[in-house]
Design a protein around this ligand. Structure first.
Ligand SMILES: CC(C)(COP(=O)(O)OP(=O)(O)OC[C@H]1O[C@@H](n2cnc3c(N)ncnc32)[C@H](O)[C@@H]1OP(=O)(O)O)[C@@H](O)C(=O)NCCC(=O)NCCS
Length: 162
């Protein structure tokens, strides 16, 4: 399917919040995450979150099919060595067409251009298919960690530039 990936700007804030919220709903349902027990999970994403992130320099990319936004990803440069890849989301009806992979590869290429050595992600540690999928894309599992404010353990993974 024909698609393009472009930079998201302030005019895209509401669309981005909607894509993220809609895409993470099935994850929230599967792991029993509610606005009460997991207020910071992306299934609760609000436009204000995107505004705050864009203001601190997080880059957003939107994948469009025709005029329609189908997915997005965010990239944040933490320091000279590492970028975080966050908010990867493809709308449920647009999945299994390679858009997720295209967004990850786009973010990796942008990160490489920024000169960092690695790209890190954090995912729900029990989300095994997602972990396997990222491994297939070249990410390596680093560690599993519990956080007092989160009801699920987080698995950190990294993609290293050679
Ligand atoms: C994770 C997520 C972004 C993947 O999006 P996607 O667009 O379905 O991803 P892809 O299509 O690239 O890959 C998914 C599967 O489709 C398959 N696929 C890729 N291209 C395909 C094509 N042209 N036709 C059919 N299937 C295809 C891939 O083989 C892959 O299957 P695999 O798990 O066996 O490897 C999406 O499921 C999502 O938004 N999930 C909820 C939010 C989330 O968990 N985000 C990640 C948080 S870090």
């Amino acid at each position: 399917m024909e698609y393009r990936i472009r930079v998201g700007t302030s005019v895209d804030i509401d669309v981005l919040a909607e894509i993220i919220q809609d895409s993470f709903l099935d994850v929230a349902e599967r792991f029993g995450l509610t606005p009460q027990n997991s207020p910071t999970h992306p299934s609760n994403c609000r436009s204000e979150w995107i505004i705050r992130e864009m203001n601190r320099g997080v880059a957003y990319y939107i994948l469009e099919v025709g005029e329609q936004a189908a997915g997005c990803v965010a990239l944040e440069k933490i320091n000279d060595e590492v970028c975080y890849l966050e908010r990867l989301a493809v709308l449920p009806e647009q999945r299994q067409q390679g858009f997720g992979e295209a967004l990850v590869k786009h973010a990796l290429s942008e990160a490489r251009n920024l000169g960092v050595f690695r790209v890190q992600i954090g995912i729900i540690a029990d989300h095994q298919e997602l972990l396997d999928w990222y491994e297939k894309l070249g990410f390596e599992k680093l560690e599993k960690k519990d956080f007092p404010q989160l009801v699920f353990p987080v698995a950190f993974m990294s993609y290293y530039f050679l």
